[in-house]
Design a binder for this molecule. Sequence first.
Ligand SMILES: Nc1nc2c(ncn2[C@@H]2O[C@H](COP(=O)(O)OP(=O)(O)OP(=O)(O)O)[C@@H](O)[C@H]2O)c(=O)[nH]1
Length: 216
Amino acid sequence: MDLQRPDSYQGGAGPVFNEHVLHKTILVGDSGVGKTSLLVQFDQGKFIPGSFSATVGIGFTNKVVTVDGVRVKLQIWDTAGQERFRSVTHAYYRDAQALLLLYDITNKSSFDNIRAWLTEIHEYAQRDVVIMLLGNKADVSSERVIRSEDGETLAREYGVPFLETSAKTGMNVELAFLAIAKELKYRAGQQADGPSFQIRDYVESQKKRSSCCSFV
Ligand SMILES: Nc1nc2c(ncn2[C@@H]2O[C@H](COP(=O)(O)OP(=O)(O)OP(=O)(O)O)[C@@H](O)[C@H]2O)c(=O)[nH]1
């Protein structure tokens, strides 16, 4: 996908949309792990099979989701995973509230590179950025080289929530973005004596629900 900066981009600190702040979320990870496909699945509910066309540069999609009866506006940035675009994408980390970090369960080096991605994130992003680790292409079980437990162990080490996803079937795609939206909504309205929200606990509870008896 060839992404140009859309005309609606206003630059600077936090674009606005209908006078409401957009929560900026960025998709990162090696080239080919499925960042664009994940965003297309979440935004349009479809998967476009066929030859792989690497993202050039960076672009965004605005998406409104409803969590607990409240509309949360996400501005989701899709970055190019190729090394040559790295300096461009770093510049966008700084005002991101959330980062979805993807690897491909059929590609070992994409998993091995997660530590390097996390080092970059800690260098360029805000200290309290919400990070979620996603092991994508979970539908391709015959070519799996990274076990689910390995993803879980790595996520636990870094204290971040973890999900396996499939941009092809849609598995856990909505859950990943909804969990991020819930966390950002919680942070925005956080009150000292209000109820607390833990994104890792939420993701774990939803995973258990879906593996047990499908969503109700
Ligand atoms: N089976 C399967 N294929 C996928 C999945 N996600 C992506 N793909 C395929 O993997 C290839 C790469 O997907 P992209 O979404 O373009 O990857 P990307 O991470 O955006 O790549 P860059 O733009 O280079 O950073 C494409 O051929 C997709 O069709 C998935 O969940 N399952």
